[in-house]
Ligand binder design. Structure first.
Ligand code: ABU
Length: 487
């Protein structure tokens, strides 16, 4: 115990080398279009390559550095300009610096005393996001992902209507009714299960052909559920659905909620960033009328996983009353500073990642204007691709995109002209998975596909990465055409 139990000098040297590897393998190569997006290996081959077994003795420096290289080399390069697989992609150097800072600090922003800088940054970032929603006051907290933010909304809504449910649980509550569109995120169902409300009590409201909730159908569902003896509580409108990128009509939905006294939550995990663009913020017209909002800057703003803000219009301390327990070893009331800055008790979590810092530093780097430009560039890239899809033979749109989700089928030459045959759609449904397998094995790019309702598998192209150029988009369509030509 007379000396430190770890070699600090060797640790620093190791880190310096790791930073070089991170820069070369993790950042530079990840953004280099001449590199593969992924280096596909079968799971058993990958297990063997990684030599995963954990042994009683540690390994030497060179071996560990090689392991760091392997992690980066054998992982999917989500910062690559041809990675289009998820609602997140790309690599922002400033946000990454924020992630390094957060990791290095290794603290939880639950109290001002252990995270003074991070608590104040979180406060500032949340206030700016609320301002963009249209609220001059309010509350909020960062949550581990949009699903958790949506669940917080459901919990706070229940607490606001039935404060006693916090201590007494669900046993003497009426049967509650939650409403969300057929296109809403699956976390609404998960949340209902987790909170003991029950998935049977989530009522999925019909959408139009573009995937938007139909407010008249919401009204009808509420009436029906009331007539059956349930108590409607909560409506989740979606601003940017996962597959089609649809925006529910918030003003009309807010009218329905106001008429019935229901909590309105807007899941803007994907589409919230459109609020930064003067050209696109109309998509969320009426969002200021919501009681709560989920917004994930880790998606369109490229902040890095994860960064999900749960925003609340209430400024009376509802969030604190709903979740706070006041652990005596963290939230002492007799501290020498302003204890309202010990914000961690607003969250159901104890240890919590400081997800505000990376957004704060990115915001400082590019400004509100720069963030808006990112959104508009993503939108412009989608418009370019849309024109090309319309122009090229064999590509067929699923629906006219409203936002950044471009959904389309590729019809190989062997199926063209057979659209009226009974087997056509079955056969077409096998095309996207076959093309996807080929592209992953080749490592040339990644894009998602899915069936959706009665529609067979189609591609969902998402462009969020400002490193993506017109050449990448042309390549994207050429590659699909080439990989799918012989199917
Ligand atoms: N709500 C998470 C969406 C996952 C994805 O498609 O990237």
């Amino acid at each position: 115990l007379d000396d430190p139990g770890l070699d600090i000098a060797a640790g620093e040297e190791f880190l310096q080398e790791v930073f070089q590897i991170l820069l070369e393998e993790g950042v530079r190569k990840s953004m280099d279009v001449t590199q593969k997006v992924c280096d596909w290996k079968e799971p058993q081959e990958l297990r063997e390559l990684l030599d995963l077994e954990l042994r009683s003795d540690g390994e030497g420096r060179e071996r560990l550095l090689q392991r760091c290289r392997d992690v980066l080399r054998l992982s999917v390069r989500t910062g690559h300009p041809r990675f289009f697989n998820q609602l997140f992609s790309g690599l922002d150097h400033h946000a990454l610096a924020g992630r390094f800072l957060t990791e290095t600090l290794n603290t939880s922003p639950y109290t001002y005393e252990v995270a003074p800088v991070l608590v104040l940054m979180e406060e500032q970032v949340l206030a700016k996001l609320r301002e963009l929603v249209g609220w001059s006051s309010g509350d909020g907290i960062f949550a581990p992902g949009g699903s958790m933010s949506n669940m917080l909304a459901m919990n706070v809504a229940r607490f606001q209507r039935f404060p006693e449910s916090r201590s007494r649980g669900n046993w003497d509550l009426p049967r509650l009714g939650l409403f969300a569109s057929q296109e809403s995120h699956y976390s609404i169902l998960k949340g209902a299960a987790l909170l003991g409300i029950g998935t049977d009590n989530v009522h999925l409201v019909r959408t139009d052909e573009r995937g938007k909730m139909i407010p008249e159908e919401l009204e009808k569902e509420i009436q029906r559920v009331k007539a059956e003896g349930s108590e409607p509580l909560f409506v989740c409108a979606t601003s940017g659905t996962t597959v089609l990128g649809a925006f529910d009509p918030l003003d009309a939905i807010a009218d329905v909620c106001a008429r019935h006294g229901l909590w309105l939550h807007v899941d803007a995990a994907w589409g919230g960033s459109a609020l930064l663009s003067p050209q696109l913020r109309h998509l969320l017209a009426g969002i200021h009328r919501a009681d709560s909002v989920t917004w994930n800057p880790h998606k369109l703003l490229m902040v890095g996983l994860q960064c999900s803000a749960f925003l609340l219009r209430d400024s009376s301390g509802l969030l604190q009353r709903c979740h706070g327990v006041g652990a005596s070893y963290l939230f002492q009331r007799d501290k020498f500073y302003d204890v309202s800055l010990d914000t961690g008790d607003k969250s159901p979590q104890c240890g919590r990642r400081a997800d505000g810092l990376k957004l704060w530093i990115l915001w400082k780097a590019v400004g509100t204007w720069g963030l808006g430009q990112r959104v508009e560039r993503a939108f412009a890239a989608t418009r370019y691709l849309l024109e090309q899809v319309k122009r090229r033979e064999g590509f067929q749109l699923v629906t006219e995109p409203e936002f950044i989700n471009l959904c389309f089928w590729f019809i190989p030459p062997s199926l063209r002209g057979q659209e009226s045959s009974p087997e056509f759609w079955d056969k077409l449904g096998k095309v996207a998975p076959a093309i996807k397998e080929k592209m992953i094995r080749r490592g040339s790019m990644m894009v998602g596909y899915q069936p959706h309702g009665s529609r067979v598998n189609f591609f969902r192209q998402i462009i969020t990465n400002p490193a993506v150029t017109r050449q990448d988009l042309d390549f994207f369509l050429d590659e699909i055409q080439e990989l799918g030509w012989d199917l």
